[in-house]
Design a binder for this molecule. Structure first.
Ligand SMILES: NC(=O)c1ccc[n+]([C@@H]2O[C@H](COP(=O)([O-])OP(=O)(O)OC[C@H]3O[C@@H](n4cnc5c(N)ncnc54)[C@H](O)[C@@H]3O)[C@@H](O)[C@H]2O)c1
Length: 429
């Protein structure tokens, strides 16, 4: 069989360190043939690692899109604000797409991608990686088996974790909404997708409140300098001390995320140099005091959703958790399911029966990359491109954009004092 050929735009944490690595598992089925990034160091690392010919290395996604189609599929793994235009350009050239989330930053852009994909007959898979995890597939299966009966309400919490908030949403790529997306879209379009998928419903109305309350100048320790350093009076006690945090992560977990975001192919010297260097080209500053950034995204937000058929959802996204992970409680006419993704436990409580606890760690050993979801999504996508039967978990662009509409509607509500946003009207705007 002819190998599927892939071009990757954006050679960062997702493009190079996640998806290119996933492709390595299928040397007989797929080949990475073209790459693009504005950072020459990333292009050089990728070209050497995957033996990419010089004429297939590009200095931006824009220049890669100026030439005729180079591969069957393009993986768009550029920053959030660079998904929409490249997606439209690539669809017009005839590429199938693996499109990082968020697909786009506005309702109109999302709709345009979905309509163009349909018009061209091309696949666009948005990277809602959680769908492909054994954890959520087990949960979906339990619901399909009727363990909770008819779903009435769902409680969900996205436990961002204080350190992940600091890394990504205070110092990192997603700290200014206008440069990227509102945090509820960046972090929780996955959760919105999951809620719609698990309940098998559409969303009708949304209301939301949320604030940036803690990671502000008012909360800086007395005498704290602009950048983390030994001179800071809180250096020994502050959990956000950058040198201590990143060096500790590096010593414990090696060159994995999030340290490889601070310094690609990290060593202790490279990490310390990156922390001292100030803002990088993306405007991130991993060595700066978390109370002295220009961040404007929320650190906690709540949403109420009304889904079709009277199903209700209460959802919280919060930085203020000790560890990360998603927790969900699904309540129905015949029972209740409590699902804790961090502990990998699903507790099924059918009414009138003894509860049953499922330890998802006993169902799979692969929890790397979003609980194993990254790798399984790539495998399912390759099946789809080879015309094998489509895994029902594989989401279409038409369904993916619904999760984006809900997240964008939540932001609209939050910015307007919690007013109710009607999704049908909002999605037409
Ligand atoms: N599906 C998920 O669960 C998940 C998880 C994390 C991140 N993401 C998304 O993946 C995307 C990439 O995130 P990341 O963590 O890899 O970020 P990153 O900063 O590590 O990588 C982005 C890369 O794009 C490059 N780039 C910037 N402008 C470019 C251009 N014009 N042409 C080509 N390359 C360009 C950057 O130099 C960088 O190497 C983001 O949109 C993010 O929201 C998705």
């Amino acid at each position: 069989m002819k190998k599927i050929t892939v071009a990757i735009a954006g050679l960062g944490s997702r493009g190079l360190e996640t998806y290119a690595r996933c492709l390595e598992k299928y040397p007989d089925r797929v080949e990475l043939v073209a790459i693009a990034d504005i950072r020459p160091d990333r292009v050089a690392v990728a070209a050497e690692r995957y033996h990419i010919a010089p004429d297939m290395c590009f200095d931006s996604v824009e220049s890669m899109l100026k030439v005729p189609r180079l591969a069957d599929v393009m993986f768009i793994c550029t920053p959030d604000h660079l998904h929409y235009q490249p997606a439209i350009g690539a669809l017009n050239l005839g590429y199938h797409l693996l499109l990082e989330k968020p697909a786009a930053r506005s309702v109109a852009e999302c709709r345009h991608i979905a309509e163009l994909a349909q018009e061209k007959g091309l696949h666009v898979i948005v990277c809602h990686v959680l769908r492909y995890t054994v954890f959520f597939q087990t949960l979906k299966q339990l619901i399909a088996e009727g363990k909770v009966g008819r779903i009435m309400n769902v409680e969900g919490i996205e436990r961002v974790a204080y350190w992940h908030q600091a890394h990504s949403f205070v110092r990192g790529n997603w700290h200014v909404a206008a440069d990227t997306t509102p945090m509820i879209l960046a972090k929780c379009c996955h959760d919105m997708d999951m809620l719609l998928w698990l309940t098998d419903k559409t969303c009708e109305r949304v209301t939301s409140f949320g604030h940036l309350s803690h990671f502000t100048a008012d909360n800086a320790p007395a005498g704290a300098p602009e950048r983390c350093s030994a001179d800071c009076p809180a250096a020994d006690t502050c959990v956000y001390n950058a040198q201590r945090y990143y060096m500790d992560m590096f010593r414990r977990h090696g060159d994995s995320w999030p340290v490889n975001v601070v310094a690609p192919e990290p060593t202790e010297e490279k990490i310390l140099a990156a922390l001292a260097a100030g803002k990088n080209e993306a405007g991130c500053d991993y060595g700066r005091c978390v109370y002295r950034m220009n961040n404007d995204v929320v650190d906690h937000q709540v949403l109420n959703l009304q889904l079709a058929d009277g199903v209700t959802v209460a959802f919280t996204m919060t930085a203020f958790t000790a560890t990360g992970g998603r927790v969900m409680r699904i309540c129905g006419t015949a029972g209740e399911i409590f699902a804790d993704m961090e502990r990998n436990i699903i507790r099924v409580m059918e009414f009138g029966r003894e509860p049953v606890e499922i330890d998802v760690r006993k169902l799979t050993s692969d929890f790397s990359g979003h609980g194993g979801g990254d790798a399984r999504m790539i495998a399912d996508f390759l099946d789809l491109l080879e015309d094998k039967p489509m895994n029902p978990a594989l989401t279409t662009i038409a369904r993916s954009v619904e999760s984006h509409y809900v997240a964008l509607a939540a932001e609209e509500s939050r910015l307007n004092g919690g007013q109710v946003v009607v999704i049908d009207e909002f999605a037409k705007a």
